[in-house]
Write a protein that binds this ligand. Structure first.
Ligand code: RIB
Ligand code: CA
Length: 321
């Protein structure tokens, strides 16, 4: 069983990842920290409470609101992809009696900052805790900058981010999470903490089409099925218009699967660096993934392949269970 802390900017695909993690018996979600990315951290924290409100929980992970701004760059968000509220605008949906269609979970928000909660959880579970980073890496970088020695007791960081042998999804060369805060990503890759990366190269291999989603939830009226349908619509429309199919990539769910079902995935060790200053290339992740080129010493394991059918079947089997 892995004890994990999820750092997230929900975000439609973050929501799918959080639901998958919370329904994975192999994982114990000890804490969740939020960060500005897809939406501002205030909205991201509200969205997290909406997502947790879908689950009938007797106890919740510890939650802390993290950083509102990247270390150096101005904040770039992605409401055009995820909807104004970051969850497909479902926060506006009401029942006939005017109550929220998706009420928030009644759970406390810690008074700690995101990076202080990360450090606190490392102290509580030394050499055991895994940080699963699903947004810009600002909180994790600030924890490293505050106390790099304590952060060495993290078992590992599993993150969705970067792109190596494909185009970026924000600029030609950069993936969103690394593009938003390249300085934070630089700190993570040079921290000496074991890092496992799920870049666009592998997350693009898993496509959730509207057709598949409709087939999976047909005849169901449970809350999670309704949420999957309603929260993904805006994102799927964006994909139809700009990417060319009605569906979406469930980017952030892959790091969860890498922890619970590593046999679905294939990775290579590599030496990964991040461009922090380039005009055209800011946020670009740079690595030579050729197996014979293992020099200099690898600082990360880069996931390059997934059994997408097996993973998608697993996703639905778990999330709709
Ligand atoms: O590039 C995809 C990543 O950026 C995902 O984490 C998505 O949620 C956005 O944050
Ligand atoms: Ca995300």
């Amino acid at each position: 069983m892995d004890r994990i802390l999820i750092d997230t900017d929900p975000g439609v695909d973050d929501a799918l990842a959080i639901l998958l993690a919370m329904k994975s018996p192999e994982l114990r979600v000890e804490a969740i920290t939020t960060v500005s990315g897809n939406v501002h951290v205030e909205q991201a924290t509200q969205n997290l409470l909406t997502i947790l409100g879908l689950l009938e929980l007797s106890a919740y992970p510890i939650i802390a609101k993290g950083e509102a701004h990247p270390l150096v760059k101005p904040l770039v968000k992605a409401e055009h992809v995820h909807g104004e509220d970051g969850l497909g605008n479902i926060s506006k949906l009401r029942n006939f009696d005017g109550s929220l269609r998706y009420p928030l979970a009644h759970c406390e928000i810690s008074t700690l900052s995101g990076f202080d909660l990360i450090l606190e959880m490392v102290d509580r579970y030394p050499d055991e805790l895994v940080v699963v980073a699903l947004g810009p890496l600002t909180n994790i970088s600030k924890a490293i900058r505050k106390d790099a020695k304590r952060m060495q007791r993290l078992q590992s960081i599993v993150l969705m981010g970067g792109v190596f042998r494909e185009y970026g999804n924000v600029t030609t060369t950069a993936e969103f999470n690394v593009f938003v805060d390249p300085h934070a990503a630089h700190d993570v890759f040079n921290s000496g903490i074991p890092v496992h990366i799920a870049p666009l190269d592998v997350t693009h291999q898993v496509v959730l089409t509207g057709e598949r989603l409709n087939a999976e939830i047909e005849g169901r009226s449970d809350k999670i099925s309704c949420f999957l349908k309603e929260s993904t619509q805006a994102c799927m429309e964006f994909y139809r218009e700009h990417i060319g199919f009605y569906g979406l990539h469930i980017h952030d769910a892959l790091p969860i699967g890498m922890l619970t079902h590593p046999d679905f995935f294939e990775s290579v060790d590599a030496y990964v660096q991040v461009e922090t200053e380039g005009n055209l290339t800011s946020g670009m992740t740079v690595a030579d993934l050729r197996r014979e080129r293992q020099r200099p010493i690898p600082n990360a394991s880069v996931c390059v392949k997934v059994d997408s059918d097996a993973f998608l079947n697993h996703f639905f089997q778990r999330v709709l269970s």
